[in-house]
Design a protein around this ligand. Structure first.
Ligand SMILES: O=C(O)CCC(=O)C(=O)O
Ligand SMILES: [Fe+2]
Length: 357
């Protein structure tokens, strides 16, 4: 018996060592199950000495952020004590970080459905509010094939629905591109996993690019063969040059991109032209008229509530040009998870000063 009550970690460590000894000599030892790995669990009282039961008893989250240390690795005594402290430290750090990191999917699941139309809500990262993309975009006018003048200010969209519907581009791109999971930073500092995977490719690798809200900059990798082939075709079709591509993978109907504009004068110069290619599932791409300057408090949906939507199917090419990024925002709204399969979208852009050409 110990003369004084030992702190939780020491008790856990003692049990851990006993478990190590018992495993090393092939025997079983009994002990009291209480706090272990620095958190409480309500497993069987002798679970602390049985690694499998302990692993089953420790709470974890589905995305793995709170998984306990891999205890079945511990087979001998001395390395075990060192590993115990290292893993305990790492585990506590991850748990601390997890409190500041939100999973978009789990937040949206817990938020439920729209009271008006019953479709799933989505989290608008810029506003940090739950929204219904269906109700929000219900009044959008349908954009047609060909050229559409969105307004009298010179915001123009060209839409060619079947221009690139000739190859297995979705499968090629899915395998070829190195997909990355990025986070957006909310105004209160918490991180939110983006509801899509992305990649940034450019003429030369190394160009660093970021946009408002993203938590760490994107670093360009070189154009992969399919992206480069598509870029040449888009250049021929439009008569324009593009040296960078922002690529999105929407894994299912639940992946989306919230309202934003791709206005960035330093990066793309004034009134950039952006060519957007889509492959795979058809999704609704909606533009809405804004008033005020982008990235200021005054940047708000215009009172006239003008919206135009394009149905972006496999092989479609949509070009946004003129003042579109200055006067309009766009989004690909969330749908129910099973309503759409994978979709890849490539937006080709011309970075004015990449320093690589
Ligand atoms: O997926 C889309 O069609 C739009 C993507 C987009 O807006 C972007 O990458 O900036
Ligand atoms: Fe965009």
């Amino acid at each position: 018996m110990l003369p004084h009550p030992a702190p939780a970690v020491s008790q856990a460590f003692t049990r851990f060592l006993r478990a190590g000894i018992s495993r090393a000599v092939g025997g079983g030892a009994s002990g009291s199950g209480a706090a272990c790995w620095g958190i409480s669990f309500t497993g069987p009282r002798d679970a602390a000495n049985k690694p499998e039961e302990l692993a089953a008893a420790v709470p974890s989250t589905r995305d793995g952020t709170l998984l306990p240390p891999p205890i079945d690795k511990y087979t001998d005594l001395v390395p075990a004590s060192q590993r115990f402290h290292r893993h305990l430290k790492q585990y506590r750090r991850r748990r601390r970080l997890a409190r500041h990191h939100l999973s978009t999917r789990s937040l949206e699941r817990s938020a439920g459905v729209c009271a008006r139309c019953a479709s799933e809500l989505y989290l608008d990262a810029a506003e940090a509010t739950m929204r219904c993309s269906h109700c929000e975009t219900a009044g959008a006018l349908r954009g047609d094939e060909g050229t559409t003048a969105l307004d009298a200010d010179g915001s123009i969209v060209d839409f060619l629905p079947h221009e690139f519907a000739d190859g297995e581009w979705l499968a090629l791109l899915q395998h070829e591109v190195q997909w990355e999971q990025h986070d957006d930073r909310l105004r209160d500092g918490r991180l939110l996993s983006q509801a899509r995977l992305i990649s940034y490719q450019a003429h030369e690798e190394g160009h660093v690019y970021s946009y408002p809200g993203i938590s760490r900059a994107l670093r360009a990798s070189r154009f992969t063969p399919s992206v480069d082939a598509l870029r040449h075709r888009v250049e021929e079709r439009t008569g324009l040059k593009f040296n960078a591509a922002h690529i999105n993978l929407y894994r299912d109907g639940g992946d989306h991109v919230s309202w934003h504009t791709d206005e960035d004068v330093q990066l793309y110069g004034h009134d950039p032209t952006i060519a957007s290619l889509s492959f795979g599932a058809t999704r609704r791409f909606v533009l809405r008229r804004m008033s005020g300057m982008p990235y200021t408090q005054e940047w708000q949906p215009s009172p006239s509530n003008e919206m135009v939507e394009f149905s972006l199917g496999n092989g479609s090419l949509l070009v946004m040009r003129g003042m579109t990024q200055r006067h309009w925002e766009h989004c690909v709204g969330k749908e129910s998870v099973n309503s759409a399969g994978p979709r890849i979208n490539i937006t080709f852009r011309q970075v004015v000063d990449m320093g690589t050409e």
